[in-house]
Design a protein around this ligand. Structure first.
Ligand code: 5AD
Ligand code: FES
Length: 349
C-alpha cells in the first residue's frame, strides 16, 4: 500500500514512471489511481470537457486487423461510403450543432485519395472548426498535403507497442511503418493522437506498460484507450475478457499522470461494456468525448465491435444527451477548439 502511494506521489510530481512502477499500478485495484488521475486532470486541463463530432464516412477497409469487425474479409458488413460533398454537409451540420472539432474517420479506403481528402478538409475548414483525420496509414507526402489543406490533428493508434503481438494482430502490416506514420505526423505539425487496445489475447501487463511509455516517447498530444470487445465475425470472436474495462481505465488514468496536459477521451468502447463507462472515465482522468454525428443508417453499419451505443439516435440527440450527462457530474462542455494545453496557457480554456 505504501509503495503504491509512493509511486502515485512520484507520478503526480514528476510525471515519469519506470515500467515496473506502471506494472505495480496496473496490478492494484485502481481506486487510488483513479482519484489521483482525476486530481491531475482538474489541475492541468480543468473541468471543461471537449466534444469532438465524429463522422465515420466510409466503412470500407483494405486491412485485416484480427480484432476489427470492419476488416476486409468480413463479407457480412454492409459497406458504405459517403461522397465528399456529403461528408462536407455532415461537417457543416456538426459545426451548426456547436462542435468545435470534427473528426473524419474511415477504414483504409483508397477511394479517398489525397486530392479528395484535401478537398474535403479545405471545405470543412471554411467553418470555424478544427479538423482531425483518422484514415489510417498514408505516405508522408499525403500527410503533408492534407496538413497544408488545413487538417489540424491526426489519430492513428499504435494499437499495441508490443512488436510480436502487433505482428499477430495485423496480417500484412508493419509495426515500423505504423511508427513511421506517427513520426511523420508529428514532424509535419499535426497534433498527434495515438492509443491502444486493452485485452488483446496474449497481451501482458508488461506489454501494456510499454504502451504508456510509447505514448510519451512519441510525443502524443492525444491518447485514446479502449477495451477490446470481441466481434463475432472476426478470428478473435471468443476472446471476451470481463477485466478489460478496468484494465483500460487504469491505462487511461496512468496516461493522465504521465502526460498531464494531453487530451484523453472517454472512449465509446468503454461505454459499450459499461453503461456508465464514459462518465466513469471522465472522473478518472479523461477530458474529451467523441459523439457520433451521423444518422443511424450509417452508425449501424460502422460496426467495429458489437453493441455500440446510441445506434438508433440522431446526431442532434447525442449532442444534448451527452451535455446533460457531463453537467450531472459537475463538469461543463468547453467552448473552444480544445488544442492541447501547454504549460504557458494551462489556465486558459
Ligand atoms: N474492440 C474495441 N476497439 C476496437 N477497434 C477496432 N476493433 C476493436 C474491437 N474489436 C479500435 C481500434 C481502432 C479504432 C478505430 O477502433 O483501436 O484504432
Ligand atoms: Fe484495421 Fe478496422 S481493419 S482497425
Amino acid at each position: 500500500m505504501t509503495s503504491l502511494n509512493n509511486i502515485l506521489d512520484k507520478a503526480c510530481k514528476t510525471h515519469d514512471l519506470e515500467k515496473e512502477e506502471i506494472v505495480e499500478l496496473l496490478n492494484s485495484d485502481g481506486k487510488e489511481l483513479y482519484k489521483r488521475a482525476d486530481e491531475v486532470r482538474k489541475e492541468y486541463v480543468g473541468d471543461g470537457v471537449h466534444l469532438r463530432g465524429l463522422i465515420e464516412f466510409s466503412n470500407i477497409c483494405k486491412q485485416q486487423c484480427k480484432y476489427c469487425g470492419l476488416r476486409s474479409p468480413n463479407n457480412d458488413v454492409k459497406r458504405y461510403r459517403l461522397e465528399p460533398d456529403e461528408v462536407i454537409k455532415y461537417a457543416k451540420k456538426g459545426a451548426d450543432l456547436g462542435y468545435k472539432t470534427l473528426v473524419l474517420q474511415s477504414g483504409e479506403d483508397s477511394y479517398f485519395d489525397v486530392d479528395k481528402m484535401c478537398y474535403i478538409v479545405s471545405e470543412i475548414k471554411k467553418n470555424d472548426v478544427a479538423v482531425t483525420l483518422s484514415i489510417g496509414e498514408r505516405t508522408r507526402e499525403e500527410y503533408k498535403a492534407m496538413r497544408e489543406a488545413g487538417a489540424d490533428r491526426y489519430l492513428i493508434r499504435i494499437e499495441t507497442s508490443d512488436k510480436d503481438l502487433y505482428k499477430k494482430m495485423h496480417p500484412n502490416m508493419s509495426y515500423d511503418n505504423r511508427v513511421r506514420c506517427l513520426k511523420d505526423i508529428k514532424e509535419l505539425g499535426y497534433e498527434v493522437g495515438t492509443g491502444c487496445l486493452v485485452g488483446l489475447p496474449g497481451q501482458s501487463v508488461e506489454s501494456l506498460s510499454g504502451d504508456i511509455l510509447f505514448f510519451k516517447d512519441i510525443g502524443a498530444d492525444m491518447v485514446g484507450v479502449g477495451p477490446f470487445i470481441p466481434h463475432p465475425k472476426t478470428p478473435l470472436k471468443s476472446e471476451l475478457n470481463p477485466k478489460n474495462f478496468d484494465m483500460a481505465l487504469k491505462i487511461m488514468a496512468i496516461t493522465r499522470l504521465i502526460l498531464p496536459y494531453d487530451n484523453i477521451p472517454a472512449t465509446t468502447a468503454m461505454e459499450t461494456i459499461n453503461p456508465n463507462g464514459r462518465m466513469i472515465a471522465l472522473q478518472s482522468g479523461a477530458n474529451v468525448v467523441m459523439p457520433n454525428i451521423l444518422d443511424s443508417e450509417y452508425k449501424l453499419k460502422y460496426e467495429i465491435y458489437p453493441g455500440k451505443i446510441c445506434l438508433n439516435d440522431r446526431g442532434e440527440k447525442c449532442r444534448g444527451c451527452i451535455e446533460a450527462k457531463i453537467n450531472s457530474i459537475g463538469r461543463y462542455v468547453a467552448k473552444d477548439k480544445g488544442f492541447r494545453k501547454h504549460k504557458a496557457n494551462s489556465d486558459k480554456d
